[in-house]
Design a protein around this ligand. Structure first.
Ligand code: ATP
Length: 355
């Protein structure tokens, strides 16, 4: 499984006026499962197509281990790809569709049979192996496409572009864990494109967050959640996303309005900052706390397993996630404490310090 190295790779669809993908240097390490996560239009498919060779980047070079592949077409890159919608030979049986990529590479018959049966067992396709692909519903067809992408073991990389879009939501959880199982077995270098944070967080060893054509942070799922390096990551990951509150570094403390919310940990120069703290870590009480800020309760969403208490600090919204059954009345005066180890400071969207 190859390391895939991008050196200054960028892409513009309009002759350099705008960059769908801003020039970036980045390595996808061999045998890891990556999720490439970002909102619609941020450049995920562009990046994936550059890796696969469907698109030649406007600038930069690509390496699979020590082999430069920048100008090499898809067929010469030895990768498996799965798209959003099924790509199958409709008149062939499911078995033949799964076997096709292996027969093409002259894998011995017995080994083909072993791998087809293994992947179909994991994906729950055993009882439809003899059926023609066109007789399956689109969700099942997509699972066969997924199987075709995963059946070869010796590929440089497996690239999956939103592969579960047409699959029944109830099946998605199962399939993601199967995918993880298959990945453990094969050790593919795997890049899985999605705009769905749950999909990314449950599946990947490492999540790469893309926004506006640039990688804003990459890390293990817990790291992105607990330690966002960019405001975008704080908003995009988490449900609801990170609270943001304008504040001021003044001497060695941080103030929101006139309230001191904490000490500055990193010797930050004075001036405006934005405090970022996830609803999960905001502590709300009816008693005055120090450090802390006064907040007015607007209302509570009862989510079943927990409550989301919506408050305002001045004209800014702050949400606190509490145990179910909280009893803050709308209009009540409360106090919020932001724990130092889970509260970060941002300037120009980028993390510059913590409390
Ligand atoms: P989605 O999740 O909606 O597929 P994405 O993150 O995959 O989005 P891309 O499809 O890579 O994003 O698109 C990135 C930017 O490039 C968008 O602004 C898009 O409009 C633009 N773009 C994509 N393909 C083309 C093209 N063939 N010609 C011109 N512009 C394009």
């Amino acid at each position: 499984m190859a390391d895939i190295r991008l050196e200054g790779v960028g892409h513009s669809y309009d002759g350099g006026r705008t960059w769908a993908l801003k020039p970036m240097t980045w390595t996808w390490r061999g045998s890891r499962a990556y999720a490439l996560l970002g909102p619609s239009g941020c450049g995920k498919t562009t990046l994936l197509n550059i890796i696969s060779g469907l698109l030649t980047p406007t600038v930069g070079r690509i390496w699979f281990d020590d082999r430069e592949v920048t100008g090499v077409p898809t067929a010469g890159r030895n990768i498996a790809q799965v798209f959003q919608f099924p790509v199958l030979y409709e008149e062939m049986s499911v078995y033949d569709n799964l076997a096709f990529p292996l027969r093409n590479r002259k894998v011995p018959k017995q080994e083909i049979d072993r791998r087809v049966r293994q992947v179909s067992r994991l994906l729950g396709l055993e009882e439809v192996l003899r059926r023609r692909s066109r007789r399956l519903d689109p969700g099942r067809q997509q699972i066969v496409s997924l199987g075709r992408g995963l059946v070869r073991h010796e590929v440089a990389a497996v690239l999956l572009d939103e592969p579960l879009t047409v699959v029944d939501p109830a099946l998605k959880w199962t399939l993601r864990s199967k995918l993880k199982e298959i990945h453990r077995d094969t050790g593919h270098t795997l890049v899985y494109v999605t705009h769905d944070q749950t999909e990314a967080l449950t599946f990947a060893d490492e999540v790469v967050v893309l926004n506006d054509g640039a990688i804003v942070q990459a890390g293990e799922p817990a790291e992105l959640f607990l330690s966002p390096a960019h405001e975008f990551v704080g908003h995009f990951i988490g449900s609801p996303g990170m609270n943001v509150l304008p504040a001021e570094v003044s001497g060695d403390v941080v103030k929101a309005g006139r309230s001191v919310v904490g000490a500055v940990a990193d010797g930050l120069p004075p001036g405006p900052v934005r405090i970022g703290v996830r609803p999960e870590f905001v502590r709300i009480t009816a008693e005055r706390v120090s450090p802390g800020v006064a907040a007015r309760v607007k209302g509570t969403d009862r989510m079943g397993a927990y409550d989301l208490v919506h408050t305002t600090v001045g004209e800014h919204q702050v949400i606190a996630k509490t145990e179910a059954g909280s009893s803050y009345e709308p209009g009540a005066l409360t106090f919020l404490h932001f724990p130092a180890e889970r509260t970060f400071l941002f300037r120009d969207q980028v993390r510059c310090g913590s409390l």
